[in-house]
Design a protein around this ligand. Structure first.
Ligand code: FES
Length: 236
């Protein structure tokens, strides 16, 4: 019995937030540890599930100054972790209308939008930074070659957290380059999904207007109930 109680004892870890030391139970993510310490996170936090990319965080250790990068909602705290959240990355994004970006032989739309990508010298910092373990440098090389399909495929799981841009010594924005590639790929090259097109047509024709109006008037509790009970399309 005593052994079980001993096993169940939660170990407390020391972490540092903006230089202040806190004791927090092991097993928390950076995000939940910050909340345990009393921080009310209203920025730098979104889905809490590793999808939205809002929670880019940098950390190092009291005994090791090397900066590391992670998603705050996914990375578990470790002893002597020193944490700083970065709410957003002011990286530039090219302005474009995807209707004007039809890929043509002999043209590289990605280089037209982001000419700086030609200055990439292959340091691979972007790949090492990516919390999704994407081959970022690999898709940047594909972007330079104008291989939009390859960029779209390699960057498919990008969360747009911006950590790659934070590490690029050339000031490039791999995540925005990849986003443009996926937009071009989706618009011009990917096979069309007929059931999706049908559904868009039904929406445009007003098939769901009554239900949408009903949802707009529903309480939060009712919306949560319906969300939990919703039908999910089975995986093929
Ligand atoms: S809060 Fe959305 S990825 Fe972390």
């Amino acid at each position: 019995m005593a052994e079980v109680a001993e096993k169940e004892k939660v170990q407390m870890l020391d972490i540092y937030v903006m230089g202040k030391r806190y004791k927090v139970p092991e097993g928390l993510t950076i995000q939940t540890a910050l909340e345990y310490c009393g921080y009310h996170i209203i920025r730098g936090c979104g889905c809490r599930a590793g999808f939205c990319g809002a929670c880019g965080t940098i950390y190092n250790f009291t005994y090791d100054p090397t900066i590391r990068y992670a998603l705050g909602c996914q990375k578990e705290i470790e002893q002597n972790m020193v944490i700083t959240q970065i709410p957003f990355f002011p990286a530039t994004e090219a302005l474009y209308n995807v209707e004007d970006l039809e890929p043509k032989e002999g043209e590289n739309k990605l280089v037209e939008l982001y000419p700086d990508i030609l200055t990439c010298f292959g340091c691979n910092n972007c790949t090492k930074t990516c919390p999704q373990d994407l081959e970022v440098m690999e898709f940047m090389s594909a972007a330079i070659r104008g291989d939009i399909k390859r960029v779209a495929e390699l960057s498919f799981d990008c969360l747009i957290c911006g950590l790659c841009a934070a590490r690029c010594p050339q000031g490039l924005q791999p995540y925005n380059v990849a986003l443009a590639a996926r937009r071009i790929y989706g618009h011009y090259m990917a096979p069309k999904s007929q059931h999706n097109l049908n559904r868009v047509k039904e929406i445009e024709e007003g098939k769901f207007n009554v239900e949408l109006e009903e949802l707009k008037k529903a309480s939060e509790a009712e919306l949560r109930k319906r969300y939990a009970a919703r039908e999910i399309e089975p995986a093929k």
